[in-house]
Ligand binder design. Structure first.
Ligand code: PLP
Length: 489
């Protein structure tokens, strides 16, 4: 008789065994250090299992060598770990909510969280929502629905028959749009090159007049406008495109409007910032990433489409005998196994998936709309405080002031000629490398109008003004050191 040696009875013991390490990792933030691969000493597939206690011991080592996303000095990219309620909920999902289908409590939270998130972000409640692994997949789902709509208008079912022998489609997005728009276009058979870069104005916002001209020219050339993307908070600069103007220009030309609010749309919770998103409620699709400003822990995005039937026509698996008796849903729901609960299996690219809504539910239940508004306003305030300090310092140069919670700036040596942009870029690159290696401050960089710049983004609930001041002081100190060393190559 075979016996599976894996233990399923010691959950309390196992979690207790790692609890202190988890608590420490969530509250103490050592500076950056080289990856500690300590526990990963066994390189080959073990022929024999080492047992639960060995796993737990090695896991404790891994926790100690994990990434410090939650550390308040971390301002790079747009990423952060979870807060306590979300972490506890993730653990609960792992034990009791492991599949987002069928009719159980965690799937009720999935439905509830989709409604709450739409309400928080100003997305019409009639839109159909689906949680995803993040913004990448959410953009794919939304643009998939847009592609379906565009080709159905010329009598083509793109999801069923593919894009063979049909006019090419075009997606319009500013030069600051996230590259997952391009990847979505590639996956959807439109091709990365179908994304037409639309120029931006002096504030790095998509120019709706240029969009209108481009769509007109493409229609005249027999191409299919698939979607115009309005970014609600660009990844590089945190700038919100003029959504209402984009809606006007695209609608007048029969083109779908997609709002990429992965980072910024959560700021709609703030009455002070809501005006930035005027017009978003008139779009056709939206995405938002709760794993960014809502701090749910990584792995939680959401896509919404006004006409949910388009999502189904795009992403349905088609008839699946292994599911159809439940999907058909004709019987009374008496047990958990009588209903799929949501149509997400046919509205996204995943069948098996964990419920992700419970983490969103947990965060919103804990802090409410007011708590989200307070968080967002706090971070926008930190970004403004940083911009002020940069403006005041002789050797710092503000490149873009914040609209949301991202600022870009750079160090400029006192005697630095403007003549050598390449040298300035390498100074900035070296400065940021030293910053990450030797301090607790970890911003990322980007390129604005051809210049390499330091780009902190504030979304971490633990951040305070000390993290702003510390970053500025560290940039000036390291910049001065580099200038003294004459590091300009
Ligand atoms: C982060 C981001 C994405 C991609 O989201 P992931 O969750 O990283 O896949 C897409 N668009 C914008 C504007 C983003 O900031």
């Amino acid at each position: 008789m075979s016996h599976d040696p894996a233990d399923t009875t010691s959950v309390r013991h196992a979690i207790e065994a790692i609890l202190d390490d988890l608590q420490r990792a969530a509250t103490e933030f050592p500076g950056p250090f080289l990856a500690d691969r300590g526990p990963l000493t066994v390189e080959q597939l073990p022929a024999q299992g080492a047992g639960l206690s060995t796993v737990l011991a090695e896991l404790r080592g891994a926790i100690g060598g994990g990434i410090r996303l939650n550390a308040p000095g971390m301002t790079g990219w747009i990423t952060v770990g979870g807060t306590t309620a979300a972490i506890a909920t993730q653990t609960a999902v792992a034990v009791a909510g492991g599949q987002r289908y069928l009719d159980h409590a965690f799937n009720h939270l999935e439905h509830l969280a989709l409604r709450w998130l739409a309400d928080l972000c100003g997305i019409p409640t009639e839109a159909t929502g689906v949680f995803t692994s993040g913004g990448s997949t959410a953009n794919l789902l939304s643009l998939g629905a847009a592609r379906q709509a565009a080709y159905e208008r010329i009598g083509v079912d793109a999801a069923a028959g593919g894009l063979i022998g049909v006019p090419a489609g075009r997606i319009y997005a500013s030069t600051f749009a996230h590259r997952t728009i391009h990847r979505s276009a590639a996956v959807l058979g439109l091709g990365r090159d179908s994304v037409v870069p639309i120029p931006v104005d002096g504030h790095h916002r998509l120019r709706a007049d240029a969009l209108a001209e481009q769509i007109d020219a493409d229609i005249a050339a027999g191409l299919i406008p698939v979607a115009a993307v309005a970014v609600a908070g660009t990844t590089d600069l945190g700038i919100v495109d003029p959504i209402a103007e984009i809606v006007e220009a695209a609608r007048a030309r029969g083109c779908w409007v997609h709002v990429d609010g992965a980072y910024g749309l959560v700021a709609h919770a703030s009455a002070d910032l809501r005006h930035l998103f005027d017009g978003a409620e008139r779009a056709d699709s939206w995405i938002v990433d709760p794993h960014k400003w809502l701090s749910t822990g990584v792995g939680v995005g959401a896509a919404y489409v006004r006409d949910g039937a388009l999502l189904t026509r795009t992403f349905t698996e088609g008839p699946a005998p292994y599911l159809d008796d439940i999907v058909a849903g004709t019987r009374a729901v008496v047990s958990q196994f009588d209903s799929m609960s949501g149509d997400w299996a046919d509205q996204s690219v995943e069948l098996s998936a964990p419920p992700r809504g419970p983490m969103v539910w947990a965060v919103l239940r804990e802090i409410g709309r007011a708590g989200v508004a307070t968080r967002v306003e706090h971070h926008v305030g930190l970004a403004h405080a940083l911009a002020d300090r940069v403006r005041e310092h002789r050797r710092l140069e503000l490149i873009t002031p914040p609209e949301l919670s991202i600022v870009t700036f750079r160090y400029r040596p006192a005697d630095f000629g403007a003549a050598n942009p390449a040298a300035h870029d390498s100074l900035t690159a070296e400065l940021v490398t030293r910053l990450r290696r030797t301090t607790r401050f970890v911003p990322s960089t980007t390129v604005v109008d051809g210049r390499l710049v330091i780009r902190p983004c504030f979304i971490n609930p633990r951040q305070s003004i000390a993290d702003v001041d510390g970053l500025v002081d560290a940039v000036v100190r390291i910049g001065d050191e580099l200038a003294a060393e004459n590091v300009t190559v």
